[in-house]
Ligand binder design. Structure first.
Ligand code: ZN
Length: 331
């Protein structure tokens, strides 16, 4: 098995493309984005590894552009495996941009900035010619001496999947578990509760016992249980931080995003890039939806803007209890 660092332009500088030599077909997990530079690098690396892209089988852990984009260009005659729910979501996303724009503006994101970024973020249109094969939870792909079991892990995206080779005890975690950064969890409607989905998906990994976890970006990791605990703690801290912000005053989601202490190299919110602001805003909304669903935060519309306010004085205790019960109770 090989890992190829396919270059990216954006918040992270590469995506990890995993390549396995099976019998008749080679396997490529997360081919990377559809950028000229990435595709050139990938082609060069595949040539070095003697991988024939025209007879390879592709797997995408999810449909974000930096993971699946290149597949459009490289997999013209190949099968592309992707989560069943991810495929369904892609099909239903037609025309979603307008709804997301209205939602973002209602929640305070500047309209002139939102338009461009939505186009960039949502435009994943897969070619009709691709042979897309849906992967469902528990499906096992037997390819040469690899046996990859699909584990549905919604949260980072609606239909994200991890792949686990039980015999070799290797987990391909996509963007569900990363070592160097925390995966982005965003919500783009009032109903979408991505954070609950994500925490429950972390819980789903509890029974796996990998000796190595191979993520979509950054370095591999060995101690999955420890990393999962760190990720749960991170989101609990973020929820509590947002409660503290709202205790001082109510505000819209964009304003709340600007008050959260993000781990970024930008000197201040004012000098933060639009892409980062967008991701921070989406993540704030995921946390606000979680708090609203718990009933500790309320929404009201003031002059066309959605304002969030604290309604439960014991919000901190409620959140701690719920995160603990969500994560530590038996299913
Ligand atoms: Zn992603």
């Amino acid at each position: 098995m090989f890992v190829v660092k396919t270059p990216l332009i954006g918040l992270v500088d590469h995506v990890n493309t995993y390549v396995m030599k099976a019998n008749d077909e080679d396997i490529v997990i997360d081919a990377g984005p559809d950028l000229f530079l990435s595709i050139m690098a990938l082609r060069k690396n595949m040539k070095k590894l003697n991988v024939r892209l025209d007879r390879s089988l592709f797997i995408a852990t999810h449909a974000h552009r930096d993971h699946i984009g290149a597949t459009q260009k490289l997999a013209a005659t190949s099968k592309v495996y992707i989560g069943y729910n991810e495929l369904r979501k892609l099909a239903s996303d037609e025309g979603q941009a307008r709804e997301v724009l209205a939602f973002a503006v209602e929640n305070g994101f500047p309209k002139h900035l939102a338009k461009g970024i939505i186009r960039l973020m949502l435009e994943v249109r897969l070619k009709d010619s691709l042979e897309l094969v849906p992967l469902r939870d528990g499906d096992v792909l037997e390819l040469g001496h690899y046996k990859l079991k699909c584990v549905e892990t919604p949260g980072h995206t609606h239909g994200h999947v991890c792949l686990y080779d039980q015999d070799k005890r290797v987990l391909f975690s996509g963007d569900h578990v990363l070592r160097d950064i925390t995966p982005n969890i965003s919500s783009w409607s009032y109903e979408e509760d991505s954070l609950s989905a994500y925490l429950l998906s972390l819980k789903r990994l509890r029974d796996l016992d990998p000796i190595i976890v191979l993520p979509g970006h950054g370095r591999p990791l060995k101690d999955l249980k420890k990393r999962v605990q760190e990720l749960v703690n991170h989101h609990e801290e973020r929820l509590l931080e947002i409660i503290e912000i709202l205790k001082v005053r109510s505000g819209d989601a964009y304003w709340i995003s600007s008050k959260v202490k993000w781990k970024t190299q930008h000197p201040s919110w004012r000098y933060t890039s639009i892409l980062y602001k967008w991701l921070a805003f989406g993540e704030t909304l995921a946390h606000l939806n979680f708090l609203a669903k718990l009933g500790v935060v309320d929404r009201k519309v003031v002059k066309g803007k959605t304002i969030y306010q604290i309604v439960d004085v014991d919000a901190t205790e409620v959140v701690k209890k719920v995160v603990a019960s969500l994560f530590f109770s038996t299913p």
